[in-house]
Design a protein around this ligand. Structure first.
Ligand SMILES: Nc1ncnc2c1ncn2[C@@H]1O[C@H](COP(=O)(O)OP(=O)(O)OP(=O)(O)O)[C@@H](O)[C@H]1O
Length: 366
């Protein structure tokens, strides 16, 4: 899948910009503060209705403007879809899909899978289980359409149960929500376990030749000890759950543990090695989504060169060349990224003060 045409209006320092990316690699170059990250943010906003930089979406709206609009034409399986996202200063979000107003963010997110790699993506290693669950479940969201409904059902049960914990409810009052909690927990966990196998198989293939990363193990912790019956565990834990004000066991506590020789990867690998691992994980997930859901996610890579030496850069491009994704890469200078990019379907753009221009490089690529 690919973005054929992108238009960005009043988004960060972009006033009004329209451009046609290449279906393969797009290198976005420019000085600090020129608008490179903002361009990736605009694509991410279009796919998710939110930003990866701020929880306050009004920050994305250009200072002098009242609303931001991002619009794209997306080619998927020979079908051209028109997708739009608008956000006003008052907080109103409007989604457009093929000329109509769309209601659910999930409809657009399904249509436009996006995989993001920024310097903040290291949170997958150094952040808590929530960061890893977010990464993991994003893949599952795309490969298993029923996951989203099961997750919504589970979240409702979890929320209701937590409310009961705070009210000091009776065992009878817990019964209904505990049942729903356990039923959806089992379904979610079965889906996650199945997805882990798919992700792991693809990941191991990606890293099999890499001297260090071939030792990396992906382990899934479902959120409770599966030797124990979850319904019984909820009952046993109720008194401590009440004290803590939330449910301690269940899929809301699941984790994807990333280990090297049984130790957490972030305690063993260097920053450069972790970045390679990050690429391998994201590319493996993209490939699983591409193979199972028949839609290859778009890759947004901010500041690709940071923390990578020449060798690692080359290895990253070996990985990137194996995938069939449209890729947007930002860098301050075209080199050292440019000479590693595959010549076919490559475009180079220069950003200056929120204005994008296509440029021809020394290889004659535009
Ligand atoms: N709401 C806004 N309205 C107008 N300009 C903004 C807004 N928010 C941020 N900016 C400005 O937009 C510019 C682009 O920022 P961006 O983070 O995209 O730059 P960048 O090219 O990625 O820089 P770097 O290489 O330093 O990461 C910055 O100069 C920033 O100050």
């Amino acid at each position: 899948m690919s973005i054929q045409l992108l238009s960005v209006t009043d988004f960060r320092n972009f006033v009004s910009q329209q451009f046609q990316p290449a279906t393969g690699f797009n290198l976005i170059c420019g000085a600090n503060g020129s608008g490179k990250t903002s361009l990736l943010e605009a694509i991410y906003f279009l796919a998710h209705g939110r930003s990866f930089r701020t929880a306050r979406l009004q920050r994305m709206i250009r200072f002098e403007a009242e609303l931001s609009v991002v619009h794209a034409k997306i080619l998927q399986a020979e079908q051209l879809n028109s997708v739009g996202m608008q956000r006003t200063r008052q907080g109103e979000l409007t989604l457009r899909l093929n000329g109509d107003t769309a209601k659910r963010l999930a409809d657009i997110a399904h249509l436009l899978p996006v995989q993001l790699i920024t310097p903040d993506s290291f949170r997958i290693f150094f952040g808590g289980p929530k960061e890893r669950r977010h990464f993991f479940d994003m893949g599952l969201f795309h490969v298993e359409p029923s996951f989203y409904q099961h997750w919504q059902l589970f979240s409702k049960a979890n929320k209701q149960r937590n409310a009961l914990l705070k009210q000091g409810a009776t065992a009878e009052q817990f019964r209904y929500w505990d049942n729903l909690f356990c039923q959806s927990a089992e379904t979610i966990t079965a889906l996650r376990q199945e997805y882990l196998q798919q992700l792991n198989a693809e990941f191991q293939q990606q890293v099999s030749d890499h001297p260090l990363l071939s030792n990396v193990q992906l382990q899934f912790y479902p959120g409770w000890n599966q030797q124990l019956n979850l319904a019984e565990l909820l009952q046993q834990n109720r008194a401590t759950d009440v004290k803590m004000g939330f449910t301690q066991a269940g899929p809301q506590k699941a984790d994807l543990r990333i280990k090297v020789e049984q130790q957490p990867a972030e305690e063993v690998l260097s920053r450069g090695q972790l970045k390679m691992l990050l690429f391998a994980l994201k590319i493996a997930q993209s490939n699983v989504i591409g193979a199972v859901a028949q839609k290859q996610p778009i890759l947004l890579i901010d500041d690709l060169a940071s923390e990578l030496d020449a060798d690692s850069m080359q290895q990253v491009f070996q990985l990137l060349k194996t995938i069939n994704s449209q890729v947007f890469v930002t860098a301050i200078e075209p080199e050292p990224v440019l000479h590693l990019m595959p010549p076919a379907t490559t475009a180079v753009f220069h950003v200056e003060h929120g204005t994008l221009t296509a440029r021809t490089d020394e290889y004659g690529r535009t």
